[in-house]
Every structure is written in structure tokens, then in C-alpha cells.
Design a protein around this ligand. Structure first.
Ligand SMILES: [Zn+2]
Length: 89
């Protein structure tokens, strides 16, 4: 007996296809693990997205959890403007 790597059911040796789920060499059971092909594209897309942001100038440096310099400058500027308006009023 052999075990179908797709559905886990046992089937007689020498069968061209799993009698339980119908998987065969073309649809899957000798191929790579079903889940491996799913995660890789997501990682590639994330990397492409980061590269796109960097190319567009939207990402000054790799995200390391800190506040980007641009965000810091804008925040300080807005805070200063609010204080300035408060003092004038
Ligand atoms: Zn099967």
C-alpha cells in the first residue's frame, strides 16, 4: 500500500491515480508540497512592493520600526505651527 500525499488515503501500489481524491502525477501528489507554492509569491510581492516604494521615493530607508525623518519633520512643523497660532491668539 502507498499513501496519497494529497488526501492521505491509502491506495494499492502501482496505481496511476488516487482512487479517493483522483490525484495523479499531473495534478499533484508527486509534485512539490501544495503549500510551498503559496507562500513564496506573497514574499515576492511584499519585496516588490518595498522596492516600488523605494523607487518612488516614498520609503527613505528600510522600515526598522522607527519614525521616518520626513514624518518627524512634518510632525514637529505642525506642532510648532499650533504653538505659534496659540501664542498669537
Ligand atoms: Zn488522494
Amino acid at each position: 500500500m502507498a499513501t496519497c500525499s494529497f488526501c492521505g488515503e491509502e491506495y494499492p501500489d502501482g496505481r496511476e491515480a488516487c482512487p479517493h481524491c483522483g490525484s495523479d502525477a499531473e495534478t499533484g501528489w508527486k509534485a512539490e508540497e501544495p503549500h510551498e507554492g503559496i507562500d513564496l509569491p506573497d514574499e515576492m510581492e511584499e519585496q516588490d512592493y518595498q522596492n516600488l516604494l523605494r523607487e518612488e521615493g516614498l520609503l527613505d530607508r528600510p522600515t526598522d520600526g522607527g519614525i521616518s525623518p520626513v514624518t518627524l519633520v512634518i510632525t514637529l512643523f505642525l506642532a510648532a505651527a499650533l504653538v505659534f497660532l496659540f501664542v498669537l491668539s
